[in-house]
Write a protein that binds this ligand. Structure first.
Ligand SMILES: [Zn+2]
Length: 516
């Protein structure tokens, strides 16, 4: 009885340990009360065997084989002539799982939902299908079955990035109440039509859900979910941060190359490599990583590979290759490509140092000198110079070995995370990294300010500032905000409702706690 200290009148008959542990149990009480009338009976009618699943034991699934008895009810007037003895401490009548196991599955369902609960559970040896989990959640929270009024619609990845279902949560109870096989207008609107009690629907910014609600619950107020608003904003900002970090890495690479040329070494092509060479290699790899991250970010925004290629100025074949591979090919040493801008770089640098920072002016001067390339190349080089002067400013005396700029090893998601987290939650060194990141360029500082303003609106629910924010974001001409601003303008009523006090989708708690 060490295993079941709380079970009276049950004896362990056998223990079998294989892939799973099987315990055979027998009830030993001489009599049992009738569940209908309460009369205690000792007249056994028959015996039968129940199988139950229990919580795993020392990492192995635990199965109970339970020998129980049927009794005759002794009271003549009782409608129940025969009854099965109950084990109220262990399980419900007819259940296939113990209370303990049901409770664990229910908790999983409440925390992470039906399908994820089933997936995680099966890995932990707490087995139950998605339907079982959702049924248990409904049983333990009967109100989840009654007419919901405030619900949230959310994507539910059936297969990551391939197939999406729809998770429906009751936002007042904080419970998942249903799971639909897809996120089509037809399926979602059909579900909504069956639930006329709904007054508020929180959803992402997609047009699919918007039209499904329009069709299935026209009476409901549509609310753009705050979590998705912030997530969409972060996607745009992430692309911009990737670009900025790429520029910084390019600058580092260029500088390392210059250093290398300044210090010709007999060991240049042999091991160990010079420090400058290593840095160049490091920067090259970092740049490829950054490009790959940018690609992934654009893909997540829904861009096709051909569009990504155009956006990033890469060959479509390369983009497809990298994305298919899901990884970055190894970057060996390679010859730097010469560009149309190259012969003019010295001049540009000189003008920059003289204090001419206006792109239009610089372009005019270069054209006069015969430059035939794009204006973009000029801007890109100027930004490189800008980043270079930033890192040169950091490095102190030219003799001292230059410390590796911490921003070089920062990934775009890490950088984005720094922009979006609550200031008070940042550690000292994270704050310092964020400060340096903001100093990298005026664009990044503006981006940071706009993100902060938006998060303030979300956190404090000050929707009345939305128009001012949209105007500021547009005036910044920053690519990071372009598609976000368009999306918000098209869905403004729902966004304003989201910046009100209506509950946010609760299933993103950890993210919400730290960002919004
Ligand atoms: Zn009875």
């Amino acid at each position: 009885m060490i295993i079941f200290p709380d079970l009276p009148h049950v004896e362990i008959e056998g223990v079998e340990i294989a892939e799973e542990i099987t315990l055979t149990l027998r009830t030993i009480s001489p009599a049992a009360p009738c569940p209908s009338c309460g009369t205690v009976s000792s007249r056994i009618q028959s015996r039968y065997t129940r199988a139950l699943r229990d919580l795993p034991s020392v990492g192995r699934p635990l199965r109970l084989i339970l020998h129980v008895r049927r009794f005759f009810c002794k009271k003549n007037t009782c409608a129940q002539k025969i009854f099965v003895e109950r084990l109220p401490e262990l399980c419900r009548p007819h259940a296939q799982r113990t209370y303990r196991l049901q409770k664990a599955l229910c908790e999983l369902g409440l925390k992470i939902g039906g399908q994820a609960g089933a997936d995680v559970g099966s890995e932990l040896g707490i087995s139950g299908s998605r339907d079982t989990i959702l049924r248990l959640v409904r049983q333990s929270h009967p109100s989840a079955q009654s007419a919901p009024q405030v619900i949230g619609l959310d994507d539910w990845a059936r297969r990551r990035r391939l197939r999406y279902g729809t998770l429906i949560c009751d936002l007042e109870l904080g419970l998942p109440i249903d799971l639909l096989p897809d996120r089509s207008v037809k399926t979602v609107s059909a579900w909504l039509l069956k639930h006329p009690s709904i007054k508020v629907v929180s959803r992402d910014g997609s047009s699919e859900y918007a039209s499904a609600i329009q069709k299935g619950a026209p009476q409901a107020r549509q609310v753009s979910d705050r979590w998705h608003l912030v997530k969409n904003l972060a996607a745009g900002v992430s692309v911009q941060l990737t670009q900025s970090l790429t520029q910084l890495r390019r600058a580092e690479q260029a500088e390392a190359k210059t250093l290398d040329e300044q210090q010709p070494s007999p060991e240049r092509q042999s091991h160990p490599r010079t420090r400058a060479e290593q840095r160049a290699q490091h920067a090259r790899q970092a740049e490829r990583t950054a490009r790959y991250e940018q690609m992934m970010a654009l893909q997540q925004q829904g861009m096709k590979s051909i569009e990504i290629a155009a956006h990033m100025g890469m060959a479509p074949r390369t983009v497809r290759e990298w994305l298919d591979r899901g990884d970055i090919p190894y970057s060996g040493s390679r010859k730097p490509r010469t560009g149309l801008i190259d012969p003019y770089k010295t001049y540009l640098l000189e003008r920059w140092q003289q204090g001419c920072r206006r792109g239009v002016q610089l372009e005019r001067e270069l054209r006069a000198k015969g430059y035939k390339g794009s204006p973009r190349a000029i801007y890109r080089y100027v930004e490189t110079v800008d980043a270079l002067s930033f890192s040169a400013h950091k490095s102190g005396s030219p003799e001292a070995p230059k410390p590796l700029n911490p921003l070089l090893t920062l990934s775009a998601p890490q950088a984005t995370w720094l922009f979006f987290r609550k200031q008070e939650d940042l550690k000292e060194e994270e704050r310092e990294t964020l400060r340096q990141l903001r100093q990298m360029s005026p664009h990044l500082e503006t981006t940071y300010q706009l993100v902060e303003m938006f998060l303030h609106m979300v956190r404090e629910r000050t929707g009345e500032q939305l128009d001012a924010w949209l105007a500021a974001a547009k005036a910044s001409h920053l690519e990071a905000f372009e598609s976000f601003v368009t999306g918000v303008q098209q869905d403004k009523d729902a966004v304003l409702a989201g910046l009100d006090t209506i509950p946010c989708c609760v299933y993103r708690k950890s993210f919400s706690k730290r960002c919004i």
